[in-house]
Design a protein around this ligand. Sequence first.
Ligand SMILES: [Zn+2]
Ligand SMILES: [Zn+2]
Length: 174
Amino acid sequence: MEIIKAIVAAWLLLLLGDFFSTFLYHVPEHVFGKFHTLVHHGKNRSFLHYAVLTRKPLVLIDGILGAIPYFIFTPWLWQLSPVGTSIGLLFGEFHVVWRHVSILEWQTPKSIKFICKLLLITTPERHWEHHRNAFAAFGDVFTFFDPPAQKWLIFLRFIRRKFKQYRQVFATQS
Ligand SMILES: [Zn+2]
Ligand SMILES: [Zn+2]
């Protein structure tokens, strides 16, 4: 029973963390912000500049903002299973580093690729797609967040366009 609770807690932490990080931070940042794009999708695409592999303050802030959703649910899931919650946090931390190792000419072994495909987990190769094309391969941890994230992206870009149009109309009237 304890082991099932632990698995559920770890999985929920990653699921909720990735969900809120993707929909409330990552996608809106791509539409309205410059911050994440600058740090995460900069011209100098060396992964060594990114995430936890660097100590530049801006990069760290981007990482922290993206990680907040994981910590928000920690106290709640802790009541379900402290062990599972800790494993979830450790896995999340490990995954940030792991999905950014592509630049180091990393090739995910076939067996790991198979497990990731089975569990719908993002591999470094897939996350690299997102760095190359900021409008593809969303879902930092889980691949199934990509389709709804794409729709969310299109919707938010539509809102931004409308907002700009209104502002223009307003500006010409006054
Ligand atoms: Zn990344
Ligand atoms: Zn991004």
